[in-house]
Design a protein around this ligand. Structure first.
Ligand SMILES: [Zn+2]
Ligand SMILES: [Zn+2]
Length: 639
């Protein structure tokens, strides 16, 4: 008899060779039904695995997080079986579980599209009804290759396996080379949905054949599946690329170039409002705004070190006359040169040079994502030059600014990460130990003083100094790094920056790079996702839509209102099209315009406006002055 220790610490005796599922059934038949797989001595195994030595046994329930991967992997097999049945001659690539479901890559004789997915799903449901047992056995490599001889992909996978024996999972007419584990029969996999299909290169290599990848997802309960599908819908509705198009924020065109956004009139307003907002904040804190060209001499980037370390992310250089230029990936070097151009006294420090700077980075075309990841973007950048003893104060000031800005935008879900050096890694980090140690402890102290929730990442600092970055989570759980503060001991060396200290001696300043909104482009992408395109009044490209009921009788009054609004700097638009009133109102709703004003006889006769706020049903009539006052107030208060 073998001794088996259960999760609660109790020990039972079982005969050697007894299957896990039999043990589970003896413990409790109802428990066995809720079991997906098991952990035998810490390793996930099928329920049909035999117990052959004294073991620790932990049953994994369908509701346990570990079961998610198993049921999704089993569902991938189920889908593969269905595809093979529907499309004879299909060859199979790989079909793993992924974070939110699974996929399988196929080479299918007939081209299939998303429209074919319901048919495959229906076939899968049939196989579920058949409740086919899923069996596992081992074959020698040679036998496995015989079995899968007609499938060159599987043979390639078998060749790549290091062991002599190959694991096979089989369910009736379908078999796969697989490590498992899997559920015990097809009848168990019920709550699934196929999501999409796409092309994928065999083994991810663009020199190889393109396979059809079908994505799906599978959950333990129907309710969980329903919830997940609702999340997917919400993600689609909040996709910044979709919203950006619908709301006229930005556009792309292949003729202009991939990854190069063009800001449309509505988008320009949002961008300008954001720029004014952040530059005003910076101005109050003593920042000096500058403008520098978005290209620079290669020598500039050799001096900064970017040419040696960052070249792969830059566009190639352009040779003109005797010079070589590059599009700048970041604007730090320009600011260094600007600082160096005059003599500085310690009394001037900290000196804060700021710019909304156009930068260019060579991103792989596959990585480009709307305005979140582009090849041309604007950075809300600043370089603060300070003495080593001012590091703590500057860091505090910038951290406070970040908190202040997040408060203005109502961001609540964010994480501060303080990246420190690994003191044992002497090769990677630049500069002297004392400066590192002192500044790191100062940064920590500031965060503690401000009561900021943060975590430390040892060994994650840049080689030139410690940094803080903030990841903000959007309404659909998408984490985006918006703000960063980076200390830099190296650029001041490279550019030989100086200031005259209290004793009249030359000294080296420290540079602090910081971005608050980060890339302005990515920030707008984040805002679109976060707000679903329902901008607050102060940011809305169009704040008020004027809709006259009758184009003849109400035009004059509408014109008068429009002129008054313009004068009050209210961003208004009039809908003079010859369309039905209901249609115009619906369209203003679709464009998520904060206020809709329908102008009819009452308004004309009483010199009033009747407004409806976006998302509300109620109609409110007020005097024109009151309305203007209300919008101006919202603008001022960032409502
Ligand atoms: Zn598998
Ligand atoms: Zn910088």
């Amino acid at each position: 008899m073998l001794k088996v220790e259960l999760k609660d610490g109790s020990i039972i005796e079982v005969e050697s060779g007894k299957l896990v599922i039999e043990v589970a059934k003896e413990l409790s038949p109802s428990l066995a039904k809720k079991c997906c797989v098991a952990k035998l001595n810490g390793k996930l195994v099928d329920l049909k695995a035999p117990i052959v030595e004294d073991s620790k046994l932990e049953l994994v329930m369908f509701t346990d997080p570990e079961a998610f991967e198993v049921i999704n992997h089993s569902c991938a097999h189920l889908m593969a079986q269905a595809v093979c049945r529907l499309y004879p001659g299909t060859r199979m690539g790989v079909g793993p579980a992924i974070e939110e479901g699974f996929y399988y890559d196929f080479s299918i004789p007939t081209a299939i599209t998303n429209e074919d997915l319901p048919k495959i799903e229906a076939e899968m449901k049939k196989i579920v009804k058949e409740n086919i047992a899923i069996n596992h056995y081992m074959l020698s490599k040679a036998d496995a290759k015989k079995k899968f001889g007609s499938d060159k992909f599987k043979c390639e996978l078998i060749d790549a396996i290091n062991d002599d024996m190959v694991g096979i999972y089989e369910q009736a007419d379908y078999a796969d080379v697989c490590r498992g584990p899997h559920v015990i029969s097809t009848g168990i996999i019920k709550n699934f949905k196929l999501l999409s299909c796409a092309g994928a290169y065999w083994r991810g290599d663009s020199k190889n054949e393109v396979l059809t990848r079908i994505y799906g997802t599978c959950w333990a309960t129907e309710e969980e599946l329903k919830n997940f599908l609702a999340i997917l819908e919400e993600r689609k509705a909040r996709d910044h690329r979709k919203l950006g198009k619908e709301l006229g924020i930005f556009m792309f065109d292949e003729l202009v170039g991939r990854g190069l956004p063009m800001w449309l009139p509505n988008g320009f307003i949002v961008r300008r409002k954001l720029q004014d907002y952040i530059m005003d904040k910076e101005y109050e804190l003593g920042y000096k705004h500058v403008m520098t060209p978005c290209i620079g001499n290669v020598e500039l980037y050799k001096t900064s070190g970017h040419w040696a370390h960052y070249k792969d992310d830059m566009f190639p250089k352009m040779d003109v006359d005797e010079e070589s230029y590059v599009l700048r990936p970041m604007n730090c070097p320009h600011h260094m040169v600007m600082y160096r151009s005059t003599l500085h006294s310690y009394r001037e420090l900290p000196l804060r040079i700021a710019e909304i700077a156009a930068d260019f980075r060579f991103e792989a075309s596959g990585a480009l994502t709307g305005i979140e990841r582009t090849r041309a973007f604007y950075q809300n950048d600043s370089h603060i030059f300070c003495t080593p003893s001012q590091i703590g104060d500057v860091f505090k000031e910038v951290t406070k600014l970040i908190l202040d800005v997040y408060n203005d935008f109502g961001f609540k879900n964010y994480k501060f990460r303080l990246s420190l050096r690994d003191p044992n890694d002497v090769e990677k980090y630049f500069g002297n130990d004392e400066l590192w140690e002192r500044s790191e402890s100062e940064l920590r102290q500031v965060l503690n003083e401000l009561g900021v929730d943060y975590y430390e990442a040892i060994g994650e600092a840049a080689f030139y100094g410690p940094k803080l970055d903030v990841q903000v989570r959007s309404a659909i759980g998408h984490d985006v790094t918006l703000s960063t503060i980076q200390l830099d001991y190296q650029l001041p060396e490279r550019f030989e920056l100086e200031y005259i200290d209290e004793k009249g001696q030359k000294a080296r300043p420290v540079v602090i790079h910081r971005a608050i909104l980060g890339s302005m482009d990515r920030f707008v992408a984040f805002l679109l996702e976060e707000t679903k395109g329902i901008f607050p009044v102060w940011l809305a490209p169009v704040q008020v839509k004027l809709i006259p009921v009758n184009l003849e009788y109400h035009k004059e009054y509408t014109d008068k209102l429009f002129a008054m609004f313009k004068k009050a700097k209210i961003r208004a638009e009039v809908d003079y099209r010859d369309e039905k009133l209901g249609y115009k109102i619906r369209e203003a709703q679709m464009k998520k315009i904060p206020y809709q004003l329908v102008i009819g006889d009452n308004e004309v006769n009483n010199n009033t406006v009747t407004y409806r706020k976006y998302g509300e049903q109620q109609q409110v009539t007020v005097s024109v002055e009151e309305f203007i006052e209300m919008i101006s107030k919202a603008e001022k208060e960032m409502k």
